[in-house]
Design a protein around this ligand. Structure first.
Ligand code: MBD
Ligand code: FE
Length: 277
């Protein structure tokens, strides 16, 4: 498309949505009779949130699930979910089967994340890439780990599936996660009487040249926070049972010495032409 046209459209869109955002906020100020003191405190809260590097976290916690709901409306195939604040591009590239980058003494229960990726018509897809990232068993994401324990790209990778869309990724079960409790976002949640927890999850972005990209998350059946995710990002089809694998042959095949968990998921991607209008 013509780039000058695209810019004009973007400017029109900006004017339209920003004027409406302003009108909405002005109505809000009128409606609640917001005082000058409250206004100053709100501005200071945003400045402090930015100073502590939590602006993305704040927005993602309170708003991203709604943006996802709008964008995914009418979409076919596997349900989407929010990206969240902890995605890092350019993770190491691996080929399935593989083990995610990890520390020598990676804590937690080993997990095999495996399954297939098909198109909505059921055909297996050749050339799928899974960009996977997750918290470790202590609930920490590499790059954002304040304790600086995890290595760069720990439990992150871009994994190419085989030519039939199959993948087998060895990792570790992620822990239930809470967003930082001591920062501005955590403080606001406390003031609202809300807890800061997310159910344990693993993030995936799927891409294939002929398909619509998908950003989603998988959750574990039985997690105590499935019904009260602070981010509101859980969708029923994304909840999966972790199955304990105790067969000695399977344990040996994974190069492990003790039982592990298996998380199986079959993803479905719509072809680019299949996008709903
Ligand atoms: C997370 O780990 C996350 O995935 C989201 C969406 C928000 C906060 C923390
Ligand atoms: Fe997350």
């Amino acid at each position: 498309m013509n780039t000058a046209n695209a810019r004009v459209r973007q400017e029109e869109r900006l004017r339209e949505v920003f004027e409406n955002l302003l009108a909405t906020v002005k109505d809000f100020v009128q409606h609640h009779e917001v005082t000058h003191d409250e206004y100053r405190r709100a501005v200071e809260f945003l400045c402090e949130t930015a100073r502590q590097g939590e602006l993305t976290l704040l927005c993602d916690v309170f708003l991203e699930a709604t943006v996802d709901a709008v964008e995914s409306s009418g979409r076919m195939g596997t349900a989407s979910s929010v990206e969240g604040p902890y995605y890092v591009p350019e993770a190491p590239v691996l080929r399935s089967p593989c083990v995610l980058p990890h520390r020598a003494n990676e804590p937690g229960e080993p997990m095999l994340f495996h399954g297939t990726v098909r198109a909505t018509d059921g055909t297996p897809l050749d050339g799928v890439m899974l960009d996977v990232w997750q918290a470790d068993a202590n609930g920490a994401y590499s790059h954002f780990d304040v304790a600086k324990e995890a290595a760069p790209y720990n439990l992150r990778a871009r994994v190419f599936c085989d030519e039939r869309g199959r993948f087998e990724i060895r990792t570790w079960v992620s822990a239930p996660y809470h967003i930082p409790k001591d920062g501005p976002t955590g403080g606001l949640l406390t003031a609202l009487g809300r807890h800061p927890y997310r159910p344990a999850h693993i993030h995936v972005k799927l891409s294939h040249p002929q398909c619509l990209p998908l950003t989603t998350q998988l959750f574990y059946e039985g997690d105590p926070y499935l019904d009260s995710d602070v981010v509101g990002a859980v969708k029923a089809p994304l909840i999966v049972r972790l199955v304990k694998q105790e067969d000695p042959a399977e344990i040996r095949r994974q190069g492990l010495g003790s039982p592990f968990y298996a998380l199986k998921y079959d993803f479905v991607l719509p072809h680019r032409t299949a996008k709903a209008a």
